[in-house]
Write a protein that binds this ligand. Sequence first.
Ligand SMILES: NC(=O)c1ccc[n+]([C@@H]2O[C@H](COP(=O)([O-])OP(=O)(O)OC[C@H]3O[C@@H](n4cnc5c(N)ncnc54)[C@H](OP(=O)(O)O)[C@@H]3O)[C@@H](O)[C@H]2O)c1
Length: 291
Amino acid sequence: MKKVLVAGATGYLGKFAVQAFKQQGYYVRVLTRSEERLYQPGPFTAPALTKADFDEVFLGEVTKPDTLVGMLDDIDIVFSCVGISRQRDGLTFEQVDYQCNKSLIDLCAGSSVTRFTYVSMQGAENIMQLAITKAHEKVVGALKTSGLEYRIVRPCGYFSDMGAVFDMAKKGRAFLVGAGTNKMNPIYGGDLAQACVEITAGDELEVEVGGPDIMTQREVVDLAFEVVGKPVKVTVIPMWLARGLVKFIGLLSTQFGDLADFIVTAGEIDGVGPRRGTTTLRSYFEQLNSA
Ligand SMILES: NC(=O)c1ccc[n+]([C@@H]2O[C@H](COP(=O)([O-])OP(=O)(O)OC[C@H]3O[C@@H](n4cnc5c(N)ncnc54)[C@H](OP(=O)(O)O)[C@@H]3O)[C@@H](O)[C@H]2O)c1
């Protein structure tokens, strides 16, 4: 039985990943700084885990490598989806997405770990002007030169981010950055977790993963209103204004400025990857609506 350490286990993808590795017969050790958070449901339908979903908890702070001593004992594979999706700690993408994952990679040297699967982002390597993509791709670079076997998962947007659109529709008004004509095929966390387990065991080194429906941002907004059953009300923030706001926010806070820069850039470019997930966005919105 292969032993996997899941880092980022309390996040949207991480919770599904813990379940998927366990269901596929892995021995699962989860790294978390808060065991309690494992058992709480995550946002946008991320499951509350139970003790049956994993084998062991390792309590440690991934930002503090001295708290991770013994974490990798007897572990074969590290799976990491540690990163900042929602701002919480006031840390930068460099400090979390890069430094934390680089620390995990460094800790593997001289350990029993032979393979490391890292979750980056679809198309990250093409938008390297952003702090988040720079951080992700620095991890990818470090992994490639680490001597470990590596697998890089490059997902399209998660349904958790589409959940934010749904919430706006529920409140009666959605905000859209730019015209919303860019295309995407977001993916459900459970489908992505399944793909992550398959990619971890497979031979392909870097794999893009998308959901079943390719839609424009505007179509996603319209779908959210349709499912909620409210008239479509959309405020379009023109790109020139959004770019100005990014600069202003960046002056107040590097962290939020970087996040805003990413959100605005995502409103300008397509985010389409090979269709691998099967759960439709409509069924996900219907699930949120009945929750
Ligand atoms: N969301 C998307 O659409 C999308 C698309 C493509 C790729 N990705 C990438 O996929 C990865 C996972 O995304 P997600 O949406 O599942 O993220 P998430 O829900 O925000 O979860 C992030 C995980 O990282 C941990 N983490 C964050 N900051 C930390 C810190 N300072 N110290 C210790 N742990 C910390 C969190 O632990 P705590 O619970 O303890 O905070 C959590 O387990 C990210 O790298 C993201 O960039 C996301």
